[in-house]
Design a protein around this ligand. Structure first.
Ligand SMILES: Cc1cc2nc3c(=O)[nH]c(=O)nc-3n(C[C@H](O)[C@H](O)[C@H](O)COP(=O)(O)O)c2cc1C
Length: 585
């Protein structure tokens, strides 16, 4: 294997290009076309396959005892947070939080090969996303505030740094007691190893899915979660110990992505935000050194470093936008959903991607409308998970409907921001009918564009993947791209993918609720998708695809439980937690 080095790389643009110009150049460069895919190695270099589990040997490992399975909270209650009582902050509730957000949910085996699945999905199952938390002193977990890295394979927290208690109290002064911080980073290399230059996009999708799983996990505990969007990326790196190159040696770098505040009650309003100065002032003594994930890197993708640099956020005023023209819950759903047999835990831990769709399962129009209604923020800003992000939707859906009872097959559009309807009409094909179905709830901005059988078309634009045509429906997520970059700058490129990932995560859970399955689709032909909807302007760009339908189970695979010991031993207070610095990774 020859090493492909940076030497032959020509930068995206001249040195004086703006970050927005760099983003646009990256996005264009990493499009898939019918005649050529975005640059990648084109084959798997198995010898350098990255370890999906980052560890910090040398840091104390605090094992979280697995929560007793079978929590009865109904799935629908995740979306009716006023009905979920808030759990107190304890080692037990933190264990449940990470179990629902980022833990392993199963091991799969095929012949001699095994691989783990998690509550958060990941492009290619490569899992570039790492999770962090800053927690106060909690009995059984630690007697001082500390920075932790979540280690999913062990369902444990690695204590990276102990914080000064006074600094922690000052940080949390504006927030309700028992608030804490969580954050995400990406190891670009994990995705780039397989997907080359397009990998930056996938890392952002995955971060968006994980942001949603964090929000959903918090909802299951009666907690709020809000993205702290005005924080500088380098402050996040400092807070989680990601910029400490001297400690990391050959370990692959982690790119700081986002920071969120978890509160015991509903999410806070934008007025009560974290001071960045504060984040920077936190004094910490760091423990542990990051492990190296691949023995060698035989290829480099410098364009990923360029776009990462261009999209790093500087401290900015938090986003505040007006939701007063959004529909109410009643307008969106008709009758709001307040019943259902599925447990939240079954949906969260049982979520899986379909690898093949059966080409026959149809869903009811009620289920279809409910799934789509879940994707829209409400006027009161309480719709979960949309209460976690402060911007109005920038991601709209172009749908390929195949099998929904009472809904004619064809192309549809969901304008997730009702005020963008006219702009979408303007940019899409003139001949589209924009018909609101009679049976559709009045506040659900779903429109039939053109009737017809679009199964082959859907599969074709999703890189020829039949899952896009064989489900009940599939979709392209059309981003209000240029206007977003103009309003909030190049850093918001990441936010667009996060929002798309959040849409995907809601669809994953909604498919479980409907008794079917779904799959994220990162491989699609960008411009051909635009052509389907008649989009010729660069202003709007497809950011992600998704398919929902009846799956064909792969019976060749064996499923094993996620963890050897599934439950806390009888009689233990909450968990037999222990701290060891010598536990093997
Ligand atoms: C951003 C993203 C892109 C994905 N793209 C594809 C795809 O193009 N085709 C596909 O079959 N699966 C795709 N998947 C599904 C992943 O392969 C799947 O999430 C992973 O194998 C883990 O399985 P699980 O979702 O069942 O946990 C994608 C998932 C994500 C999150």
């Amino acid at each position: 294997m020859t090493t492909i080095s940076q030497a032959s790389y020509r930068p995206l643009l001249d040195a004086d290009a703006s970050p927005e110009e760099l983003v646009i150049a990256y996005h264009e460069r990493t499009k898939h076309y019918f005649h050529r895919y975005a640059a990648s190695l084109g084959s798997m270099d198995w010898a350098t396959q990255p370890d999906p589990f980052r560890r910090y040997p040398g840091a104390d490992l605090v094992r979280l005892l697995l929560p007793t399975p079978g929590r009865p909270l109904p799935y629908w209650q995740l979306y009716a947070s006023e009905n979920v009582s808030s759990e107190s902050l304890s080692a037990e509730s933190i264990s449940l939080f990470f179990r629902y957000a980022l833990s392993l949910t199963a091991w799969k085996r095929f012949h001699e090969t095994t691989w783990a699945l998690r509550s958060n999905p990941s492009s290619g199952n490569l899992h570039p996303t790492e999770g962090y938390a800053v927690l106060p002193a909690i009995e059984w977990l630690g007697d001082a505030p500390a920075v932790y890295h979540y280690a999913p394979k062990a369902h444990a927290l690695e204590r990276r740094a102990i914080l000064d208690s006074k600094a922690w109290s000052e940080l949390c002064a504006p927030f309700p007691e028992s608030s804490f911080l969580v954050g995400l980073s990406s190891v670009h290399w994990r995705e780039a190893w397989k997907y080359g230059e397009r990998a930056f996009r996938y890392c952002q999708h995955d971060a968006g899915h994980a942001l949603a799983t964090l929000r959903i996990a918090a909802a299951a505990l009666g907690w709020g979660l809000m993205l702290l969007d005005g924080i500088d990326n380098s402050a996040i790196a400092d807070l989680f110990g990601l910029s400490r190159v001297d400690d990391d040696g050959t370990a692959e770098r982690e790119e700081p992505e986002l920071l969120a505040l978890v509160t015991p009650g509903p999410p806070l309003t934008s007025a009560q935000r974290l001071s960045e100065q504060w984040v920077r002032s936190i004094g910490a003594q760091w423990c542990g050194r990051a492990n190296t994930l691949s023995p060698a890197h035989n290829v480099d993708w410098p364009v990923i470093d360029e776009v990462a640099q261009a999209t790093r956020r500087s401290e900015s005023a938090p986003i505040t936008e007006d939701f007063s023209r959004f529909p109410t819950e009643e307008q969106l759903f008709g009758i709001p959903v307040r019943q259902g047999l599925l447990a939240a835990e079954t949906a969260i831990l049982g979520r899986r991607s379909a690898v093949a769709m059966d080409g026959s399962t149809a869903i009811s129009q009620e289920a279809f409308f409910r799934m789509l209604a879940r994707l829209i923020p409400t006027r009161d800003r309480r719709a979960m998970p949309w209460d976690a992000i402060p911007w109005r939707p920038r991601i709209h859906l172009g749908l390929f409907v195949h099998r929904v009872e009472g809904v004619p097959p064809g192309l549809y559009a969901l304008a997730r921001d009702p005020d963008k309807l006219e702009a979408l009409k303007e940019v899409m094909r003139r001949e589209f009918s924009w018909q609101h179905l009679l049976s559709c709830p009045s506040g659900l901005p779903l429109y039939l564009l053109q009737e017809g059988d679009c199964r082959a078309l859907a599969a074709r634009v999703s890189c020829g993947q039949s899952i896009a045509g064989d489900g009940a429906f599939s979709l392209g997520m059309i981003a209000d791209y240029m206007a977003s970059l103009t309003t909030y700058g190049a850093a918001f490129y990441r936010n667009l993918f996060w929002e798309a990932g959040m849409v995907g995560q809601v669809l994953y859970l909604e498919a479980e609720e409907t008794g079917i399955r779904s799959t994220g689709i990162g491989c699609y032909f960008d411009d051909p998708v635009h052509e389907v909807f008649g989009i010729t302007s660069r202003q709007w760009q497809s950011f992600y695809h998704f398919t929902v339908g009846g799956q064909i189970e792969d019976t060749r695979l064996t499923t094993l439980t996620a963890y050897d010991i599934e439950v806390a031993p009888q009689g233990s207070p909450c968990s037999t937690l222990f701290s060891l610095s010598s536990v093997t990774p």
